[in-house]
Design a protein around this ligand. Structure first.
Ligand SMILES: [Fe+2]
Length: 292
């Protein structure tokens, strides 16, 4: 994976920007710990399929990123937490060297989860210290990149753990208290666009991934997009949510979905969004007969 971070207009070495980066670093890392909090060590160890990774691997790999790409080149007197982790938690970065096979990640029972957390804490202390002392713009930009990388893995951690739990016949739940953050239902509506020649791609000075640039012109056919993404309020209406038995039929789930997410009466037919071909979400909804 390759990322690009454009030159910021402001000097990242300014004290205010360093402080802001340190706060964001601590916030993202704290969010990773929060996401892992409902999981047992056994949950974190298991790998449900070759395309998924154990939660413990995600937790270790995001720390690996900061140790390998930030501390190793920029920390004075750098010493790895454990030299063997360099290959063990390398995903696909050929420039770093050896990688452990993804489909066997669930077999790596050592280090245990406690040691991965100790590594996590130690690297946090060292990165925060580096943020306050380094004169290297590259180091600060790599830390920014590492935070976006970690947020990608937060999504992957949830995706993979939900798949793991989904195949357990006991129907365990990831988190009984849901949603994790307050979510206000947004009445769903479609935003129609006429199409034509437009510009797409990253615009501005902020961080972007390489697949968001270069900005370029693109011909767009007339289309419509929904005004909001898939939210937990919609997920809450799924028959299998919370690990319980699906309700008889799908009528209750459909009514709950309509009420929570559109604010419309369940008696009012909910038109299937005018998308042809349908989005994956739309197909998913329709297969459950929530759209008429
Ligand atoms: Fe990664």
């Amino acid at each position: 994976m390759r990322h690009e971070s454009p030159q910021p207009a402001t000097d990242p070495c300014r004290d205010a920007n360093r402080a802001d980066l340190a706060l964001r670093y601590q916030s993202v890392r704290r969010q990773t710990r929060t996401l892992a909090a409902p999981l047992s060590p056994e949950d974190c160890q298991a790998q449900s399929m070759p395309d998924a990774s154990p939660a413990k691997w995600h937790l270790a790999h995001v720390t690996w990123f900061f140790e390998t790409f930030v501390l190793e080149p920029f920390e004075p007197g750098f010493k790895p937490f454990n030299p063997a982790f360099r290959a063990l938690y390398n995903s696909y970065y050929n420039g770093v060297g050896e990688q452990f096979a993804r489909h066997r990640r669930g077999l790596v029972t050592r280090p245990d989860l406690a040691e991965v957390w100790r590594w996590h804490e130690q690297i946090d202390e060292r990165v925060v210290r580096l943020i306050s002392h380094t004169d290297s713009l590259d180091a600060l930009r790599l830390i920014e990149m590492g935070l976006h990388h970690e947020q990608q893995h937060q999504e992957l951690l949830l995706t993979d753990i939900k798949h793991l739990l989904s195949i357990n016949p006991l129907s365990p739940v990831y988190q009984r208290a849901w949603p994790l953050v307050p979510v206000a239902p947004v009445p769903a509506r479609w935003i129609e666009r006429e199409g034509g020649l437009t510009e797409i791609g990253h615009h501005g000075e902020g961080f972007s991934f390489d697949n968001e640039s270069p900005r370029h012109r693109q011909w767009m056919e007339p289309h419509a997009l929904m005004n909001s993404g898939w939210t937990s309020c919609a997920t809450a209406a799924t028959p299998t949510h919370a690990g319980g038995s699906p309700p008889a039929g799908t009528g209750c789930a459909r009514k709950a979905f309509v009420r929570r997410c559109t604010g419309r009466s369940p008696k009012t037919p909910t038109p299937c969004p005018p998308c042809s071909p349908c989005t994956a979400t739309c197909r998913w909804i329709r297969t459950r007969r929530w759209c008429t």
